[in-house]
Write a protein that binds this ligand. Structure first.
Ligand code: ZN
Length: 269
């Protein structure tokens, strides 16, 4: 059993929201044992748990009462990779910053602040039997495994990601996961902009898929599929405890990832 962990000191990160383009400042602060990961927003406190997810289109939005915070998944993935189980995350805007479009910037900031063990063990959720969840064209397979193992299968028709898979034992592929940037389709970028979305997106923090290739250079050959693994990791952090098991996500997105986190939370309630 691992010990709970928090940050040794606070870290501050400034940026602009990926979707809203709104400037935002975030401070990730140490928190007492068993506090969990909690967002402190203008309207109040929101625990980073699947119970508080109010929207899963394009990104994950948490809400409680009047408080709202969007695009929480990349920071939550970074905290999961760093093994930070307790943290208070003060946010002064509607959406977390896009930064590098991945989790690497967050992970670097959190590690630079230092990580310290706390009294109290982490209560893991151990997968004991296989289970299969379907939602339209998407599916999630959950199975027992010695360590958290995540795979994502991406099938985006008429693009270079028509058939792409990435993943592995999370502890062994942390770098691939953390550095994989968000992705978009060239044919959708104009429509997103017109809808007032992706305002903080750029060719620096997003990989853009064209019909037969990419508009910009990739960090990894399978970068879009690795980003799906990153999203899966961040969304599964909403379970509120580390997962010991394997998840294979086929054509899945935030909606299905969060549904799985909810189901696992109900199973332990
Ligand atoms: Zn993402």
């Amino acid at each position: 059993m691992a010990l709970q962990q928090t940050l040794a000191s606070a870290c501050r990160v400034d940026g602009i929201g990926l979707h809203t383009g709104a400037p935002v400042r975030v401070e990730v602060r140490p928190a007492p044992a068993s506090r969990g990961r909690v967002f402190l927003c203008a309207g109040g406190e929101i625990p980073a748990l699947a119970d508080y997810v109010v929207e899963t289109r394009r990104c994950v939005t948490l809400g409680r009462g009047a408080a709202r915070v969007s695009t929480v998944e990349h920071l939550l993935a970074a905290l999961a990779l760093a093994g930070v189980t307790n943290a208070e995350i003060a946010v002064d805007g509607p959406e977390l910053p896009a930064l590098d479009g991945a989790a690497h910037h967050w992970l670097h900031a959190v590690r630079a602040a230092g990580i310290c063990p706390q009294d109290g063990e982490v209560a893991e959720y151990t997968v004991t039997e296989p289970c299969w969840l379907e939602d339209g064209d998407s599916a999630l397979l959950l199975a027992p495994a010695a360590a958290l193992t995540l795979y994502a299968v991406l099938t985006v028709p008429d693009t270079a990601a028509a058939n792409m898979t990435a993943g592995g034992v999370v502890a062994e592929v942390a770098e691939e996961i953390a550095r994989a940037r968000t992705f978009g389709l060239e044919r959708e970028v104009a429509a997103l902009r017109e809808a007032g979305l992706a305002r903080g997106g750029s060719l620096e923090n997003a990989v853009v898929l064209t019909r037969d290739g990419y508009l910009n250079a990739r960090v990894w050959p399978q970068e879009p599929a690795w980003h799906k693994v990153l999203d899966l990791l961040g969304d599964l952090a909403l379970l509120g405890r580390p997962l010991r098991g394997m998840v294979v996500a086929i054509r899945a997105g935030h909606r299905q990832h969060v549904a799985l986190a909810r189901r696992l939370r109900e199973a332990t309630a």
